[in-house]
Structures are given as structure tokens and as C-alpha cells.
Ligand binder design. Structure first.
Ligand code: IPE
Ligand code: IPE
Ligand code: MG
Length: 247
């Protein structure tokens, strides 16, 4: 009998987040417009979702549009919005078929009514799915997330349903995005820069960070698996000593 070494014989992160960066440079290197890079990036989104499912990852969170990205040229922002709409329309049925629960995190109120409806419909369609949770961060900022949670907590204090002494990390956490998902294990950034760019500030407290020069449109299954293999090699100590965590 031949022994099958499955991909699961390594330690796989439960929750992975990705800062999908480098679309513009990928396009520019090919003499194309930045927008062409975003279009190519869509294929990498599809591949990363299927790779995550294959690997048994429970939650995948993708940074698609930051609260700072509104500052880009109007035409680029508009193409990104159209692309988001187009991809949702085309892909959500496939996500549903694969038992994926889809959600958007971020302040969606700034999007067009049409896009907001598309987001809501996609979330509703997949709401009861039990497979992987795919969260897309759109008009998302890590500071916004924390402020938003703080506002909810402050409201509860103001209407006397919570006392200040009872506020703990768990209280605040409950109102941040991704609260009901496993803790973030691995945060990947493509595109060669070493920064978080206001992504999951609260949630990344003990995530393993993985930076790669690979530009997002080139981030294929092999590149994703390399990040997962690298995670497998990490020793997570959570403040303890190496000896303690080896027990
Ligand atoms: C990431 O690629 C996609 C978004 C931020 C929407 P960029 O557009 O930031 O690509 P670079 O960093 O300019 O190459
Ligand atoms: C981060 O990329 C945001 C997304 C990938 C959606 P940016 O390209 O906006 O980040 P900065 O501006 O280089 O920090
Ligand atoms: Mg960038």
C-alpha cells in the first residue's frame, strides 16, 4: 500500500489574512495601465480562495480596498468599484456551491446603493454556509474598526447596560470585525513592502507576519503554499519561553 502524504500533514493556519498589494507595479512592468493589474489580480483572488479551501483553512480575509484608497485618482477608484461589482456578480454562486460564507468588513455606507445591495444579497445567500468564511475588507481601516467598537462600548456605558469596570479586551473584541472567527494566525503581504497599511491592527496582535516580493497578480497556489509552509516552521511563543511551548 502506498502511503499518501497529504498537504494536511503540516500545521495549517486556521485564519489567514492577505494584503493583496502590487497590482499597479505588475501592470506598469508590462507597459499596461494600473487598471489592467487590478483585473489580473482577480485571478489571484480566485486561486487564493480555492487554495485556502483545499488546505482546510477556516477563515480567509482579503484586503481589497482600504479607507485610504479613496485618495487614488477618481478613475482608478471607479474601476475598482466596477470590478468589485463584476466579481461579486460572477463569483458568489460559486462560493455558495463551495459552502463558503461570504462577508464584507469595513464601512460599506460609502459605496453606491447598487454595490451595497449586491454585498447584502451575497452575504444573505451564503449566510448559513458552514465551510470556509471569506471576509473581504472594503473601505476598511484597522483604526476605524477599533473606533467603531469603542463607540458601541461607549454607547452601552452611556445607557447603563455596561459599567466601565467591566470593560475587558474581550468586550472590545466582541465589537470588532472578525470577532466570531478563529484568531488571526498568519498575515501575508505581497508586493515587497513591509507594512500593515492600517489593516487588521487589533486582530494582528499575535499573527505571524509573512512578506513576499511576489506581486499580487503573480501570487499563485505555489506562492500561497510557500507561505503556509513557512508558517509551519514558525515557533509561536505568545510571550512564553521556547522551552515552555515545547512541552
Ligand atoms: C493593490 O495593488 C490593490 C489595491 C490597493 C486596491 P496596488 O494598486 O496598491 O498596486 P501597487 O502597490 O501600486 O503596485
Ligand atoms: C494596501 O495597499 C491596501 C490594499 C491592498 C487594499 P496600498 O497599496 O494601499 O498600501 P500603501 O499605500 O502602499 O501603504
Ligand atoms: Mg500598493
Amino acid at each position: 500500500m502506498t502511503e499518501v502524504i497529504t498537504e494536511n500533514s503540516i500545521k495549517v493556519p486556521q485564519h489567514v489574512a492577505i494584503i493583496m498589494d502590487g497590482n499597479g507595479r505588475w501592470a506598469q512592468q508590462r507597459g499596461k495601465s494600473r487598471v489592467a493589474g487590478h483585473k489580473s489580480g482577480v485571478e489571484s483572488v480566485r486561486t487564493s480562495v480555492s487554495t485556502a479551501i483545499k488546505q482546510g483553512i477556516k477563515a480567509l480575509t482579503l484586503f481589497a480596498f482600504s479607507s485610504e484608497n479613496w485618495q487614488r485618482p477618481e478613475q482608478e477608484v471607479s474601476v475598482l468599484m466596477d470590478l468589485f461589482m463584476f466579481v461579486l456578480t460572477r463569483e458568489v454562486k460559486k462560493l455558495h456551491k463551495n459552502d463558503v460564507r461570504f462577508q464584507v468588513i469595513g464601512d460599506v455606507s460609502r459605496f453606491s446603493d447598487k454595490l451595497q445591495k449586491k454585498i447584502k444579497d451575497s452575504e444573505d445567500l451564503t449566510a448559513n454556509n458552514k465551510g470556509m468564511v471569506l471576509s473581504v475588507a472594503a473601505n476598511y481601516g484597522g483604526r476605524w474598526d477599533i473606533v467603531n467598537a469603542a463607540k458601541i462600548v461607549a454607547e452601552k456605558v452611556a445607557n447603563n447596560t455596561l459599567s466601565v469596570d467591566d470593560i475587558t479586551e474581550d468586550t472590545l473584541n466582541e465589537y470588532t470585525s472578525l470577532a466570531n472567527l478563529p484568531e488571526l494566525d498568519l498575515l501575508i503581504r505581497t508586493g515587497g513592502d513591509f507594512r500593515i497599511s492600517n489593516f487588521l491592527l487589533w486582530q494582528a496582535a499575535y499573527a505571524e507576519l509573512y512578506f513576499t516580493d511576489t506581486l499580487w497578480p503573480d501570487f499563485d497556489e505555489e506562492a500561497f503554499n510557500a507561505a503556509i509552509n513557512c508558517f509551519d516552521q514558525r515557533e509561536r511563543r505568545f510571550g512564553q519561553t521556547g522551552e515552555q511551548v515545547k512541552i
